[in-house]
Structures are given as C-alpha cells and as structure tokens.
Design a protein around this ligand. Sequence first.
Ligand code: SF4
Ligand code: SF4
Length: 102
Amino acid sequence: MVEKKLKSAYEFTWKNMEVGNIITEPGNASARKTGDWRSNRPILDKEQCSKCAFCWIYCPDAAIKQEEDGYFVSDLYYCKGCGICANVCPKKAITMIEEVEE
Ligand code: SF4
Ligand code: SF4
C-alpha cells in the first residue's frame, strides 16, 4: 500500500508497491493447470522431428515430455503456448496453431 503521497515518479520504488501474488510453498507449479492460459498450441510433425531434444531443453515450463518412442511431446495440461519450442526447433517440426474451445 502507498502510505505517503509521492512527490514524483522518481520516488516510487518496489517498496511502494502493493503486495501481489505470494508463493507460500516452493515447487507448487505442478498443481497449477497452466494450460488454461494458452491461446496457441504446439503441434508436432513426427515426420520432421529428429528427436534432438532442443524443444525439451528450451521449454520454460518443463512442459515437454519424452515418450517411449523417443519423440518429445508437449503436455497440454501445463503448456502455456509461448511458442519457444517451435522457434528453437531446427527441423521446423513444431507448428503453433490457434487454440479452440473444446
Ligand atoms: S509452447 Fe512454450 S510452454 Fe508450450 S511446450 Fe512449447 S515451449 Fe513449452
Ligand atoms: S526440437 Fe524439433 S526436431 Fe528436436 S526433438 Fe523437438 S520437435 Fe523434434
């Protein structure tokens, strides 16, 4: 809460900000269905994929899992649709498509 009136924007620091989201326990991301945030989803073309694992390495949400056949597939329960996997894929095997209501 801003307790005193600020004279200029230069006086505003993080100490003046409202308390936001509070993480009360570490490692709780797996409990959140972050896939609901997605507006685009990655589609893998296995014909193009070389199983290099770049997408798995770069996914900021650790939402890509390797399946038994060796391919790396997005877990749509967690994937936020950022498109990084599609951007780093050297084979252009991942295409982002618009999410549709199911
Ligand atoms: S779109 Fe983003 S969050 Fe989803 S699998 Fe690709 S890199 Fe991960
Ligand atoms: S980065 Fe592309 S080629 Fe490499 S494993 Fe992922 S989808 Fe396959």
